[in-house]
Write a protein that binds this ligand. Structure first.
Ligand SMILES: C[S@@+](CC[C@H](N)C(=O)[O-])C[C@H]1O[C@@H](n2cnc3c(N)ncnc32)[C@H](O)[C@@H]1O
Length: 232
């Protein structure tokens, strides 16, 4: 199937997509898999895949020990509903769904949405399972009924690590965009007024708190931490 037909089948808005795809990146289709590719160096490419690789492995190993899962859990309640408002490549949404959370997710960037939707459809075809419900939208524009118990945020901070330690596929992703501090602040205050129980925000381990008030508690890992804001 040609690329355009494939993107149409994913429900992608082609005009928005071409407006948001930088000149130095391109999309390609190989064996039915959608890739984001460096335009000059086609070997540098990335796709979203929930079926194999490190993510599939992590989803089967000690999932309840993942700090993300601990941060989003609500004592005495199962399942818990989560809105992953900044879905990105869907790694966190996928882990939460594997841990038994009811996950809905929003992704505003049309290129990222296309890569994610492609992975979700491939997973559905291979296993019959849908990992999470994905909306191609700004989180602030959707109204879930009932509202999610937990809203999870992992915005792309401008200060995000650009070192060689960041995997090549993630470097491609970082070239698409980052959110401004003001956008992050607005998203956080929207989340605080829409989550039923709490807001969880992921931050690099040593970075400062990004909100006016300190979190209720933190769960710290080597590379990142989760700041948890309990609603009263
Ligand atoms: C750092 S990535 C998230 C990575 C993700 N946690 C993962 O596991 O792959 C942040 C994503 O949030 C999206 N985003 C930022 N603000 C948003 C908003 N207000 N609504 C929806 N998506 C948003 C960006 O387009 C970007 O793809």
């Amino acid at each position: 199937m040609p690329l355009t037909a494939h993107l149409n089948a994913l429900g992608v808005n082609l005009t928005q997509l071409s407006e948001r795809l930088p000149n130095d990146l391109t999309l390609s289709l190989t064996d039915g898999v959608l890739f984001l590719q460096d335009a000059q160096n086609p070997k540098l490419k990335a796709c979203v895949d929930f079926l194999k690789g490190r993510l599939a492995y992590r989803s089967q190993q000690h999932i309840n020990g993942e700090n993300l899962v601990k941060a989003c859990r609500i004592k005495g309640q199962n399942p818990v509903s989560v809105l992953d408002a900044t879905c990105g490549f869907g790694k966190d949404a996928f882990l939460l769904s594997c841990a038994g959370f009811h996950v809905q997710a929003t992704e505003s960037h049309p290129v990222v949405y296309a890569l994610l939707k492609d992975a979700i459809l491939r997973m559905q075809q291979a296993t019959g399972d849908t990992p999470f419900i994905l909306h191609n939208a700004w989180a602030q524009s959707i109204a879930l009924e009932p509202p999610a118990q937990v809203i999870y945020l992992d915005p792309m901070f401008p200060d995000r690590d650009k070192s060689a330690a960041v995997k090549k596929d993630m470097q491609l992703f970082h070239r698409l965009h980052s959110e401004s501090a003001q956008e992050i602040e607005q998203l956080f205050s929207w989340a605080m007024s829409h989550a039923r129980n709490k807001v969880v925000i992921k931050r690099p381990a040593k970075s400062k708190i990004v909100t006016p008030n300190p979190p209720t508690y933190q769960i710290k890992g080597k590379a990142c931490r989760f700041d948890v804001y309990q609603r009263t």
